[in-house]
Design a protein around this ligand. Structure first.
Ligand code: OGA
Ligand code: MN
Length: 179
């Protein structure tokens, strides 16, 4: 079962996460939202040499109920005690990338699990923008519509390879109990 792989190797992938209609509704919404150049979390500053996507936080979206169902599933099957999540929409334009990084730094916050859903119905390899997971062996995820990738925010280093076409992703970061 895919959730077990999260504990064993730190990540898993699932296609058909929200269902095509919901994913397309999320894309439609994403296209209408105003985005800003992304800040780098640790520095709270914008540095296009590290990441050149545009982002915004979403309080609500067609994907929120799916993320809540995922939170409950992870708690039921992996006993993670995830309490809440933040959701960010990101768009990479041609030339956009995000250098190798972790989403959480041990001790500095309690982001535990990252879940990303891609919203690119027409993606082809020439568009680039794969998510590279620096696991053993490294694994590239193609950012296809309604594909979910889940990984440990602390354990899995990752990057977004240069994108050559507009690329939408919605990321949920799940938090553990407040410490
Ligand atoms: C991030 C990130 C990966 C992706 O926003 O922290 O690593 O595939 N995104 O969009
Ligand atoms: Mn990341």
């Amino acid at each position: 079962m895919s959730v077990e792989q999260l504990g064993e190797r730190g990540w898993y992938m699932r296609d058909g996460f929200a269902g095509r209609a919901v994913a397309l509704a999320a894309l439609e919404r994403a296209r209408g939202v105003a985005l800003r150049p992304a800040a780098i979390r640790r520095q709270r500053a914008h540095d296009a040499s590290v990441r050149s996507d545009h982002t915004t936080w979403l309080d609500d979206s067609p994907l929120h109920p799916c993320f809540e169902a995922l939170r409950l599933e992870l708690n039921r099957t992996a006993y993670l005690g995830l309490t809440r999540f933040d959701v960010q929409l990101a768009r990479y334009d041609a030339g956009g990338h995000y250098a190798r990084h972790f989403d959480a730094f041990p001790g500095s916050d309690n982001r535990r699990v990252t879940a990303i859903v891609y919203l690119n119905p027409d993606w082809v390899p020439a568009h680039g923008g794969q998510l590279r997971l620096h696991v053993e062996p490294p694994h590239d995820v193609e950012p296809l519509l309604d594909r979910l990738v889940v990984f440990s925010s602390e354990r899995v280093e990752h990057e977004v390879l240069p994108s050559f076409a507009p690329r939408f992703a919605v990321t949920a970061w799940f938090y553990g109990p407040a410490v």
